[in-house]
Design a protein around this ligand. Structure first.
Ligand SMILES: [Zn+2]
Length: 67
């Protein structure tokens, strides 16, 4: 379950970064720094540790490839 303060860790455009897809598609926004945001990366890691995502899904999320 995402924490209540989840929006706080979303760095920029809400259209590109949603709760389900915190990382944008790198092909579309190569300059975006969301993949370097440690708070978001830790969030994804916590989902993996809680069993909400498998590692492969987390990796795809990080690459902005989750649909
Ligand atoms: Zn981004």
């Amino acid at each position: 379950m995402p924490p209540d303060n989840y929006a706080y860790v979303i760095p920029v455009d809400q259209k590109l970064h949603t709760e389900d897809k915190p990382f944008c598609d790198h092909a579309l926004t190569p300059d975006c720094l969301c993949r370097e945001d440690q708070s978001v990366i830790q969030q994804i890691n916590s989902y993996v540790q809680e069993g909400l995502l498998i590692v492969e899904e987390a990796e795809r999320t990080w690459k902005g490839q989750m649909r």
